[in-house]
Design a protein around this ligand. Structure first.
Ligand SMILES: O=C(O)c1ccccc1NCC(=O)[C@H](O)[C@H](O)COP(=O)(O)O
Length: 219
């Protein structure tokens, strides 16, 4: 099965183009004002055009209310919504019903026991995203460049569809793929030269590293 790759926190045409050229299956746009990757729905609407028919545009929000989601969905017509806050199963169900869009629900993971949190969301979220717990003092629930022990994911059942996220970069993605064998991966700060500043060369380098690792897996 092909590995899905999401490049998240895109803010420029050059970064979107590099993600698409590398073969991203998903591109993520952040709607969280405290994030250095935050953009407006109108900016996302323009940026996502290049991805039409090539990659899924994901709107990433944190405990967003209906009015905020209404504005995002109306402006940029995302292919998926990523809920990266403390959204309850009931909220996930309500969001799915209101917009008729697939939902990625994010969870913060440090140890195997943290995976129990997904149980009430099975059958509701279309895909899970496993990110590291934010470091103390961080105002961001994601995009912190911190990883967790990927080996805890190896125990998940085969039917569990998820993205491995948190602290990935070109140097460690091979280990992540080998240890967890995930169906999908997600990266943000590992392809940045500074917080919120995507670097085309780092994006290219990341895809190169993924190709090397996946070729090794297939061999
Ligand atoms: O990236 C952000 O700034 C962000 C802010 C608020 C909520 C979610 C956010 N990112 C979500 C993602 O999907 C990131 O790609 C994920 O957390 C991994 O980030 P990184 O560890 O930097 O690769």
């Amino acid at each position: 099965m092909a590995l899905d790759i999401k490049i998240c926190g895109l803010k420029t045409d050059a970064a979107v183009a590099a993600a698409l050229a590398g073969g991203a299956s998903h591109i993520g746009f952040i709607f969280f004002p405290k994030s250095p990757r935050h953009i407006t729905p109108d900016e996302a609407a323009r940026l996502r055009q290049a991805a039409s028919g090539r990659a899924r545009a994901v709107a990433v929000t944190v405990d967003a209310d209906d009015a905020t989601l209404d504005e995002i969905v109306a402006a940029m017509a995302p292919d998926m919504l990523q809920l990266h806050g403390k959204e309850t199963p009931e909220r996930v169900a309500a969001v799915k019903q209101r917009y008729g869009l697939p939902v990625i629900k994010a969870f913060a993971i440090r140890e195997a026991a943290d995976l129990a949190a997904i149980e009430p969301y099975r059958g509701l979220a279309d895909r899970f995203l496993f990110d590291a717990k934010p470091p103390a003092g961080s105002e961001l629930p994601g995009g912190n460049g911190v990883s967790f022990d990927w080996r805890v994911l190896a125990g998940l059942d085969a039917g569990c569809d998820y993205m491995l996220s948190g602290g990935l970069n070109a140097a460690n993605v091979g280990d992540a793929l080998r240890l967890a064998d995930p169906p999908a991966i997600d990266i943000s700060s590992g392809v940045e030269s500074a917080p919120g500043v995507k670097d085309v060369a780092l994006i290219e380098n990341f895809f190169r590293a993924v190709r090397v690792a996946t070729d090794d897996r297939a061999a």
